[in-house]
Design a protein around this ligand. Structure first.
Ligand SMILES: *[C@@H]1O[C@H](CO)[C@@H](O)[C@H](O)[C@H]1NC(C)=O
Length: 340
């Protein structure tokens, strides 16, 4: 079809406008990228505290920040974790034992931090310590099982933050909270997903409350990475404990062999999803601590970006359908017969 003469100017306008639009998008992206790359000066004069440095993200991040020149205070749960970290870091890095669910341990660590940072205040607080087990079907749990995880992952984060916030305000610093993609998509039962969802909400309020004081709050939402949190040894032996403890009636409701099917499905998708490259996560944490303009949310991992975040925006019935394909549903022979 030949466009008639009347329409040609219109075509031209369309081309010009769409080119202008693409140019504007390209310029905006370039400006955003350059802004994102700006760094804060004087890292050698800044103190950063990272919780949960025995292993995983915390262990790697502490070393990484130490190499960059930060004064790092790394909290560890165990003596072994602490001495392993000291073996691979400079003498500038200090460790202190901290169990975030223990009041005395918390008092001790906070006093230590206050003394170390002095008038400088604390530039960075990275709430990284966390645990995943017990994790599995909700009705295999008792209240204590939920509490074990919530106490560390949510109450512990709030407690550490409240105690150290005056020091962070003094430095007009940063709080970096490690949530999880499971704080957005609750894949399974137990305290883990509610705790991480709680960390998201706590961090959102904190960010809004702290804005006038120049304190910035970032949330890290990692996908699946190989750490203690995704350790199948820990998760499977704990699931076995929960299953063994179930009353016969509850076991029957799931059917013989359900645990084995569940474990197999879990092994299968963890093998596909879990990435060993945890520097993707610590890179985001470092950006949150060193960028002039830290981002509000970071979602490291291809599974987070391509699978879980899109899934979190789907209507619930579609999300339910997708998630039910991951873990086997209970096969209860009497379920339908006994329904009214
Ligand atoms: C942490 O502290 C709590 C409360 O005192 C205690 O029950 C728990 O065993 C401690 N955990 C470790 C690993 O020491």
């Amino acid at each position: 079809m030949v466009p008639d003469m009347e329409n040609i100017p219109y075509f031209v306008i369309q081309i010009v406008v769409s080119n202008l639009f693409l140019t504007a998008v390209a310029v905006a992206a370039a400006v955003w990228y350059m802004r994102d790359c700006l760094k804060v000066p004087g890292i050698g004069q800044r103190w950063v505290l990272v919780t949960g440095c025995d292993s995983g993200f915390g262990h790697t991040l502490a070393q990484q920040l130490d190499r960059r020149g930060f004064h790092v205070i790394a909290t560890c749960l165990t003596e072994e974790g602490s001495s392993e970290l000291k073996d691979v870091t400079s003498s500038r890095l200090k460790t202190v034992l901290l169990n975030v669910t223990d009041g005395d341990s918390m008092n001790n660590a906070v006093a230590f931090v206050r003394k170390e940072v002095g008038e400088q205040g604390l530039w960075g607080l990275v709430n990284n310590a966390g645990r995943s087990t017990p994790i599995g079907p909700s009705d295999w749990m008792q209240l204590e099982d939920f509490k074990k995880v919530l106490d560390v992952n949510l109450i512990g984060v709030i407690d550490v933050t409240l105690r150290l916030l005056p020091l962070v305000k003094k430095a007009q610093g940063r709080v970096v909270n490690v949530a999880s993609i499971m704080g957005r998509v609750a894949l399974t039962g137990g305290g883990y997903c509610p705790s991480k969802s709680g960390v998201e909400a706590f961090s959102d309020s904190l960010r809004r409350n702290m804005k006038p004081f120049g304190v910035k709050v970032s949330i890290i939402e990692p996908g699946f990475f190989k750490t203690e949190v995704t350790s199948l040894d820990l998760i499977e032996s704990d699931l076995q404990r929960l299953w063994n403890r179930l009353p016969a009636e509850a076991k029957d409701s799931y059917g013989e062999g359900y645990l084995e099917k569940y474990l197999e499905a879990q092994r299968f998708f963890m093998k596909i999803l879990c990435s060993a490259d945890i520097s993707k996560v610590t890179g985001c944490m470092e950006h949150a601590l060193t960028a002039r303009h830290p981002r509000t949310r970071y979602s490291p991992g291809w599974d987070a970006k391509l699978l879980w975040i899109p899934l979190s925006y789907l209507p619930s019935f579609l999300a339910d359908y997708a998630i039910s394909a991951l873990l086997p549903v209970a096969e209860a022979p009497e379920r339908h017969a006994s329904s009214p």
